[in-house]
Design a protein around this ligand. Sequence first.
Ligand code: ATP
Ligand code: MG
Length: 394
Amino acid sequence: MNYSILLKFGEITLKGANRSYFENTLLRQVRYRIKPYGKFNVFKSQSTICVEALSDDCDMEGAYDICKKTFGVIALCRAYECEKDMAAIEKTVAALAPELIGGAKTFKADARRSDKSFPLSSPEISAIVGGAVLDACPGVKVDVHDPEVTVRVEIRDEKAFISGAREKGAGGMPVTTNGKALLLLSGGIDSPVAGHMICRRGVKLEAMHFESFPYTSERALEKVRELTKILARYNGAVCFHTVSVTKIQEELRKRCEEEYFTLLLRRFMMRISERIALERECRALVTGESVGQVASQTIEALSVTNSTVNIPVFRPCIGLDKEEIIVRAREIGTYETSILPYEDCCTVFTPRHPKTKPSLDRVLAEEERVDVEALVFAALETHKQEWIKDSLYE
Ligand code: ATP
Ligand code: MG
């Protein structure tokens, strides 16, 4: 059966003078994202975006799925087309009733006519539609005041449209409506999840990865590119940055106490990331850190890492358990790639006994032994960037 897709905006985006900015951004993004699935007419009608197929060969399920993954869409449903004839409407409602009700216990029917020449009035249509649902779904009750679901019938000029229960969308806000941030993306489980959480808030991500050739391999880098590609489905094309920290790691190994290696490296990563962020007009850094997860993520260690930068650092996984992060990684589709067993630069020179409660003074003393500015400068000379797209849009 032919259907259109109806998308509901998130509540927050409806407030204030910015409303049309949020709505138009979302409209543009939906138009772009459904392109691989055929030709559609996408338009705004009150507080809903309607996605209508313009030809019979559109892949509606593909379009529905990508709309469901679009940030800023709080809920969505299918609106089924049917002949503008009461018998046909009743038959269609009866056939679709379980989907229209979607497991709810109470509903009401709500009919509208933009074609006023239709022979029945709106209340008459509602009564017939309500009856058809009651017959098809035993146990479901009518509640006109506070229904769980509203079954809608709209009589338009050409056809009738029938819709019911809405499914949850991706939520959040349309990407780009909250500026840009730079995600520090390792090959691990946590950082892609952190990126997804911030992207969902309408923040466009760029990704920053530190490699350590020849200690890390081309395959390890390929894995991070693959993770970036998955994030691109939510974010749109991602500007992917790489910088080599090989020289920094070798210097640290030569001159500093082993128990401080990881911390010192993390401080370098933050400094380099901040420079690249500012150059790219990213206003914050995002990391996958979670308090207490490893030695470099105790409060003391986080504070030592943090003190190298001035821009905000978002750590959305900070209060999540590993298990919870894994659930999210599976949901967003990054888990299987994240667990591929390739090395990361942090695992190359891992100290046997990392410092868990470092003091900043002691860390600064360690840093005195290397030329920080020269190492940052040399690392930035290795900076490369490329755009990574979701394979759908390549
Ligand atoms: P993840 O699962 O995200 O790798 P992790 O628990 O392994 O996290 P760490 O290795 O201590 O934690 O890294 C903490 C954070 O630092 C990561 O979440 C990521 O944001 C950043 N990070 C670590 N290694 C890299 C890297 N090679 N390139 C870019 N960012 C990195
Ligand atoms: Mg890691």
